[in-house]
Each structure stands twice: as structure tokens, then as C-alpha cells.
Design a protein. Sequence first.
Length: 300
Amino acid sequence: MTIPMLGSEITVQGEFDLAAAARFLTGFAPAGQPEVEAGALRVAFPLEGEWTPVGAVLRQRSPGEVSVEVHGPPSSAEAVVTQVRRMCSLDIDGTGFREVAGRDPVVSLLQGLHPGLRPVLFASPYEAACWAVLSHRIWMTQAVRLRRRLAERHGTEVEVGGNVLTSFPAPAVLAKLEYLPGLSGAKMQRLRAIAEAAADGLLDAASLRAMPAEEALKQLQVLPGVGKFSAELILIRGAGHPDVFPRAETRLHEIMREAYHLPDAGVEELAEIAEAWAPFRSWASFLFRVEGEARMRESR
């Protein structure tokens, strides 16, 4: 069902290219979203807190405006718009991100290569945490198959602008799940714990963002199976914290060493370089990761 709603436009502060966000998401295997309309972004997800399966279609009408077509219960329309704003990093005033380029020529180059691209997030910290569990110590292709199997068997189909997408299983569904082919018993147990934590409000995006980053990371690491890398993923790519340098993401560190011609740089030296990116350290890290993946594909 399409809900005509007042205030369904998002005002964009700073540079943003929805088409670039859509290309990233359709190419990001864990998302599993097909491109069905050039320049538009279609998503389906459990609405954070209520966990009702909903959907949305985003289209950019002008550089400063993105329209949102909501699919779901009318009472949830405002919450859907709030969630998709966060998913596209449109809840952040990005006007200052261009200033980072003046402080770091490498970031300036990345911004030129990927104009208007902001971090594209998981639908919620809950979904990010589930991905962290599913993908731990296995190949990406294996993790993608597990996530797809989980969504197809236990998720909910949502009609979104004439297309059917699958919403990830709600925490109440996942908390009762006993078995998924290909998933170890230990990971199944961790997924159930993540689902229970989400249902209890311990993975609420706004609450995690309101804490000092270090405190949020420590809280996340209390969850079963969530170490430093997973906690950073949940806070940055799930809750959408804009200013965290991922200290546990070794692939990012490799990309940075190559970009800055510092083959022996340790994490502290790289973190010191990233100080120049504040208050957009997560955003700059995202661009390094995107460019690194693009170059890896070209070299194959």
C-alpha cells in the first residue's frame, strides 16, 4: 500500500547523490536489493522498535530534496521516513564534509571520484549485528547465502512500488528460530541473543548515537559474539555514527597504507591521520572502503 503523506520530502543538507547510494546498495551483496528503477532506491525492512515489515521508495527531485514514498501502516509513516533518512545518512548535516577535502588531499581525491556518496547503512543496528554474526570467520559469499536463506524463509514479503522485496525477519521471529541450514549452533545461539537484545531496546540507533562512541562500543561488546570489529560495524554501519575511526577494520587500514604510501603505519598512526577527517571520520572511512573495493574488482 502506498501512503500519500504530507512532509514526505527530505531536505538534504550538503552534497548527496541518491543514484550513487542506490548503485552502492544494489552492489552490496548483503543488502540483496535489485535495481529496478534507475536513480531510485527501494528498500524493505523491519521498522525499528515496532518491527513491522515496511518499505519505501526514494527519489531525488533536486540536489536539495529527496522524496519518500512509504509502504506500510499509515501510523508508521513518519517513523519509516526517519529510518530511511538514517539509512542514507541524510539525518546528518553534510555541508562540512567538503571542508575535510581541504585538510586531506587524499580524501579530496576520493570525494572527486565519488561525488555525493554518503555512507549507506544497514536498516538498523539489529540488522547490522545479525550480519556481523552471520559473516564472522566465513567467506562473504557464504555469509550472503546464509542471510538470503534466513530472509527468504523467515522474513516477510513487502510490495514496494510495484515490486516485491523481502524484509529481514523481526527480532520476535529470530528469537524463536532453532535451526537454519548451514548455520552453526553457536551462531544460531548468538543470533537469538541479538534478537532478544533488539527486542529489549539495547540496539536502539538513537540511544547508541547519543552515547560517547567509546561507551557505545563497550556496551555492544557485551553482546554474545560481538567483538571490537563487530561493535564498530554496528555503531557505524547500523546506528550511523558519523565520526568513528574503525580501529579494528584491517582491510581499511591496508587501503589507507597504500593511499598514503605508508606501508608500515600502525593503527595509531592511521588514527592520527584520520583526526583531520573529524567530525566525519566514518564518512571518509566509507569512501576509502568503496574505492578499495572498486580497485579490487578492476584488478580481477
